[in-house]
Design a protein around this ligand. Sequence first.
Ligand SMILES: [Zn+2]
Length: 447
Amino acid sequence: MEIEIATIGGYEEVGRQMTAVRAGDDIVVFDMGLNLSQVLVHDNLQTEEMHSLDLIDMGAIPDDRVMSDLEGDVKAIVPTHGHLDHIGAISKLAHRYDAPIVATPFTLELVEEEVHDEGKFVVDNDLVEMEAGETMSIGERCELEFVNVTHSIIDAINPVLHTPEGAVVYGLDKRMDHSPVIGDPIDMKRFREIGREGEGVLCYIEDCTNANKKGRTPSESVARKHLRDVMYSVEDYDGGIVATTFSSHIARVTSLVEFAKDIGREPILLGRSMEKYSGTAERIGAATFPDDLGMYGHRKSVDRAFNRIMEEGKENFLPVVTGHQGEPRAMLTRMGRGETPYDLEDGDKVLFSARVIPEPTNEGQRYQSERLLRMQGARIYDDIHVSGHLRQEGHYEMLDALQPQHVIPAHQDMGGFSGYVDLASGQGYELGRDLHVTANGNVIQLV
Ligand SMILES: [Zn+2]
């Protein structure tokens, strides 16, 4: 059976991930993501109304025109988790394929919301829910399996396409977490089985986000301990404490809510995306929050919540807000500019349970936001966070578990691949033979 891999997007950048695997006449597409930084550099760009080709030209979504080089039918579109660099282009591209979108429950909910907000295209692909550990048939001879992995968003999986020539493992976006705060640990047992059963692993596509970093990515339970330490240390402070984190990071939001209660403060989630992700997780039962937890997204209800905080005393609350990257229109930045009813005063604490995404736009915006907060007297607690991506020791462990015949580094630019190329070369792989450094828009013929 012929096996080809089309590396469509996310092989020259972190963002707009898209990969297609053709096994005989059947094709499975993994991820259709958005490159948010290409959107953010344009001020106030509303992508909902934009056409796919314009977004492709901007480099914001994957250029899927290479799909016409693959001879077969798309049988499934499989987003691995709910981050926008993996699902953000579904609303612009999925309608071109007569195939269902197959994902875990939380991811599927987020896809549904994306599709619902789309203003230009009608995306009416079937939405099929599949949990980690489950499988579905692809054509007559292949099978799709979801293996549970741990990442900075709940319900993340690595999809595996079992073909007669061996398994193709799409390994994007995970860290090796044996004690995640929500959900099951990464299923290394299953990865080891896949590496040893049948024809073994034909190809492994690897997440190289942190491939230039030594050592091991800590577990979410480490970030949770760090956060607890910081929050307990300010328990006696009788002024304002504000926290921010990735709103899609449900485990972290849960920890913030819990520790706020521990130190005698009422947590309130503020900001549109804060309300969206936590509200969705609660609605489908993927996370449990206290019954009385307030989540507000619309401007008016946010202002009402801030007014209540100011009336009843800042010392009684912990607003958990958007704006960890200094996004100009996010809540924390607006607080820094004095645009909300919340008054920051000398000595008030601002906790960033996040790390700046190392990218010039983010770094500049975050710098500005912090300056504004400091000018109001705020004291900053930074980097209360762990990454969601494997470092080098995790990569060694995955190669050992899967023993793949071919490896394709992904989710980075060329510079970012270098650490992985060194590492894989040291394990006996050879560039151009079984280690394929590629670019967007290429097709690699494996069998
Ligand atoms: Zn991710």
